[in-house]
Design a protein around this ligand. Structure first.
Ligand SMILES: NC(=O)c1ccc[n+]([C@@H]2O[C@H](COP(=O)([O-])OP(=O)(O)OC[C@H]3O[C@@H](n4cnc5c(N)ncnc54)[C@H](OP(=O)(O)O)[C@@H]3O)[C@@H](O)[C@H]2O)c1
Length: 217
């Protein structure tokens, strides 16, 4: 199946960067918010292949769904999408489980543990959805076709369904990434904390324009 329709759950900067990236690469995109009205300006400037809707309408629209919501609200957002609307679909999970408390010397706090990631919690909530962790370990400004010295950076992904990961790998290749597939959903316990690492230079030195790369022999 050639995927054409992407539902992006998220009115924030990640939702915008990925929605714009999918439009640039020729997909049809619906962006979801609890208040779709606030996305009217984005819809207007984004052309005929862009639309907006509530979370459930957006989840229904997408052949692939992108989850780009605040980590503390991710489970509520998945519920608001309608668990049935996600069944059988690849869900690209860009969320990070960042706690409300402020960073300590640039180090974010998470509300999850090293024994259970946010993506595993979401997968449990929507067992028939095919979650793939991706885009969580880089800032929104570099998510789509990042141009950095040293060539394409590495996107670390994981998920239980190989078919879903294959769809996400196709997208990541279009979006200019090398891919490191770290296996099943449990690997999100390691991938999500890469966000903590990635953010430290930002908080300490206001340096947000970097990405991670796996060097291999
Ligand atoms: N910012 C980055 O560069 C970056 C990079 C990598 C990963 N991430 C992760 O990507 C996710 C999105 O980040 P973001 O910076 O774009 O924006 P954000 O402010 O973390 O999330 C905005 C989205 O969260 C939704 N939301 C907030 N509270 C909610 C609630 N109580 N119930 C349901 N939905 C709620 C909002 O819904 P409404 O539209 O209804 O307001 C909005 O769509 C986060 O998990 C973040 O950690 C961010």
């Amino acid at each position: 199946m050639t995927v054409r329709r992407i539902g992006v759950i998220g009115s924030g900067p990640v939702g915008q960067a990925l929605a714009d990236g999918f439009l640039k690469h020729g997909y049809e995109v619906m962006r979801g918010s609890r208040d779709p009205g606030k996305l009217a300006e984005w819809r207007q400037k984004s052309g005929a292949h862009a639309s907006v809707g509530a979370f459930d309408a957006t989840a229904k629209f997408g052949e692939i769904v992108v989850l780009a919501v605040k980590g503390t609200a991710a489970e509520a957002a998945v519920a608001a999408c309608g668990i049935a609307n996600l069944a059988g679909k690849t869900v690209i999970d860009a969320t990070n489980p960042i706690a409300e408390s402020p960073p300590a010397n640039g180090v974010l706090h998470f509300f999850t543990t090293f024994d259970q990631s946010l993506m595993e919690r979401l997968q449990k909530l929507a067992p028939a959805a095919r979650f793939v962790k991706a885009f969580s370990c880089v800032g929104n400004a570099l998510m789509v076709n990042p141009q950095l010295p040293g060539g394409p950076p590495t996107m670390f992904i994981c998920g239980n369904d190989d078919g879903a990961k294959s769809e996400v790998k196709t997208i990541l290749t279009q979006f200019g990434w090398e891919i490191s597939d770290l296996g099943k959903a449990e690997a999100a316990r390691a991938i999500e904390p890469l966000c903590i690492l990635w953010c430290i230079p930002g908080f300490l030195e206001n340096d947000w324009m970097h990405a991670l790369k796996m060097l291999k022999k």
